[in-house]
Every structure is written in C-alpha cells, then in structure tokens.
Write a protein that binds this ligand. Structure first.
Ligand code: ADP
Ligand code: MG
Length: 323
C-alpha cells in the first residue's frame, strides 16, 4: 500500500515545481483571490502555499489526503479540466506520500479551523487550530523517503527556475488573482490581482517590456482570442516568452506556437523569439481530450481554422496586411 502510493506519487510529483503547481491550482479551484507561495532551497526543503479560498471543512480534511478524494464533480463542463489536469483527487495524497506535510484550513470566518500533519503519507496528528478562512499547506523535505527520486533533482537554481516558470504561467492565466512568490525570503514576483494582464506582464518581464507590447484580439464563431505581443524590436533568445492559455489554463500547443511565429515571419532575426501572451477561449468540445495530461498539451479539432485566426490577429496587431 505504502509502496504503491509512492509509485503513484512519482507520476504526479516529479519535482518541487509540480507540488507548487498542484497546490496553487487547488487554491485557484477554491476561488482564492490571493495566493502566497514561499519556497526555500528551490522548494526541496520547504514549500508553503497559502490562500484565502473556500477552505476545507473540518470533517473533510483527513479525507482530502486520501486517494481519489476529489470534491470536484465531473461534468461535461469539466472536460477541459480533466484533459489538462488529469490527476483528479491524487495530488494531496501523492504529495503527502513523499514528504512531510502540514495543512491548516478553515472553511469559515470563525477564526477556528483544523490542522493535519502527515509524514510519508501517515497521519501524525489532527487537531483544532486557529486559522483565518482559507488554506495553508506546508511541504517539507520533498522525496525524503524516495532517495532515488531525490538524486534526480537538479541544482537549486534549476528547480527554482521551474517553480518560477510555473507561478508566472499561473499569474498570467489568472490576472484577477494576486500572487506572490518568495525564495529564501526574497520576493521574486508580486501581482496585484486587478485583472489587468499587462500588469502581470510588467511584473514578470519588467515595465520596459510591458511598454513594448501590442494588443491583439479577435472574435470568431468558435473562438475568442485576446492577448499581448511584443513589437519586433523586442526579442528574446528562446521561446520561453511565448505563453498560451486556453479556457483559462496554461497549455502547450505546437500549432498555436507555429501560428504565432508565422505572424512574425521575417520580422525577427534568426534565432530570436517574441514575447507573447495569448488567451484563446473556445467550447470545450473543440478540444481533443485524448492527450497525455501531464504534458499540458492539447489538440484542437478545428486546428487549421484556429491557426489561421491566431496568425491573422497577430499580423493585424503588428500592422501587417493579410498574406
Ligand atoms: P483534486 O484537486 O483533483 O480534487 P487534490 O488531491 O488536489 O484533488 O485535492 C483533494 C481535495 O482537497 C479537493 O477536491 C478539495 O476538495 C480539497 N482541497 C485541496 N486543496 C484545497 C484548497 N487550497 N482549498 C480548498 N480545498 C482544497
Ligand atoms: Mg488538485
């Protein structure tokens, strides 16, 4: 049972950034408007995610750490969530199986909540505790009981880079949520939660970059598209500045990325890439759900049409005529 848990955990928890992602997504699902993330040593020794969301009812706290304990109903409207997030009801038990976790949560404003402490998946204590409404989860000593996995961890800087990328993407996909990220006490990101994506771009890439952005938007019977793209003068050394969001979630799409680069074709020097944050809204039925969930990849049933729409919207924003 314990071994099975640890093996299953390996599929969900690949590295510290996966923990941050799962915990922050739970906070988003809980309707949080503020999410504070603190990590130490690249997240290997300490990860804390605090939110002001709905909280977990005292009676549900222990169950939340048991396998397949999802409280999230699967309806047609959830198709997309299932497609991209995949591991329903597995995150908390998986994280708990390979670390020392404490979770303090309150589902109301009484000031009183409940705290559970687990070690390697075993419940060590569960008791009443003072807590504001919301949830705070602390994950210490990730992979302490799976030394083989621990050995695969890269440098602190590399693990922190993955965490930072992950939080940046979440902040860009949710401009209405105020995020903070600190590493060893040093602030790395702070967004205001005002809903303005350009402000999030400024917080991540700097005010100077944000001033170089052009707005793109398009409406179409099947798709709604809106975002920001850099003027051709502002380029980057790699594709990491291209963020695509579908129905509110960060995704990777080779097709959309191709269409973006096509719009810039010949405008950028070889080996240089733009800074682009693009959100596409569509009916979940237009998404192919049969793609491996862990990779955040999706396919679209009307891909050619979508590519055409993306490319033409970006060309317009860049002041280029249709091709
Ligand atoms: P899932 O998110 O797929 O439902 P998880 O293992 O991530 O599974 O979480 C289990 C359950 O714990 C969730 O369904 C939710 O009810 C509860 N939960 C976890 N994190 C939070 C949070 N930050 N705020 C409120 N509820 C939470
Ligand atoms: Mg979850």
């Amino acid at each position: 049972e314990q071994l099975a848990n640890r093996i299953a955990a390996g599929e969900v928890v690949e590295r510290p950034a996966s923990v941050v992602k799962e915990l922050a997504e739970n906070a988003i699902d809980a309707g949080a408007t503020e999410i504070d993330i603190a990590v130490e040593e690249g997240g290997l020794t300490f990860i804390r995610v605090r939110d002001n969301g709905s909280g977990i009812e005292a009676d549900d706290l222990e169950r939340a750490f048991q396998r397949h304990a999802t409280s999230k109903i699967r309806t047609d409207r959830d198709l997309f969530r299932i497609a991209t997030l995949g591991f329903r009801g597995e995150a908390l038990p998986s994280i708990a199986a390979v670390s020392r976790v404490s979770c303090l949560s309150a589902a109301d404003d009484s000031g009183l909540g409940r705290k559970i402490v687990l070690e390697g998946g075993h419940v060590r204590s569960i008791e009443q505790a003072a807590s504001p409404k919301g949830t705070e989860i602390v994950v210490r000593d990730l992979f302490f009981n799976t030394p083989a996995r621990l050995k695969y961890m890269k440098t602190i800087q590399t693990e922190l880079g993955h965490i930072s990328d992950c939080v940046n993407r979440l902040a860009l996909s949710h401009p209405g949520i105020a995020f903070t990220l600190t590493h060893n006490g040093n602030p790395l990101l702070r967004t205001t939660g005002g809903g303005d994506r350009l402000q999030v771009i400024a917080a991540i890439y700097g005010a100077a970059a944000a001033r170089q952005m052009l707005r793109a938007a398009a409406d179409h019977p099947d798709y709604r598209l809106e975002g920001w793209l850099s003027k051709p003068e502002l380029t980057r050394a790699n594709r990491s500045g291209i963020t695509t969001i579908v129905n509110g979630r960060y995704i990777r799409s080779f097709a959309i990325q191709q269409a973006i680069l096509e719009a810039y074709h010949t405008l950028l020097p070889t080996g240089r890439f733009p800074l682009v944050v693009l959100e596409v809204g569509m009916h979940p039925g237009l998404l192919d759900v049969n793609v491996h969930p862990a990779k955040q990849e999706v396919r679209f049933s009307k891909e050619a049409e979508l590519k055409e729409l993306v490319e033409s919207a970006l060309r317009r924003a860049l002041g280029r005529t249709a091709h």
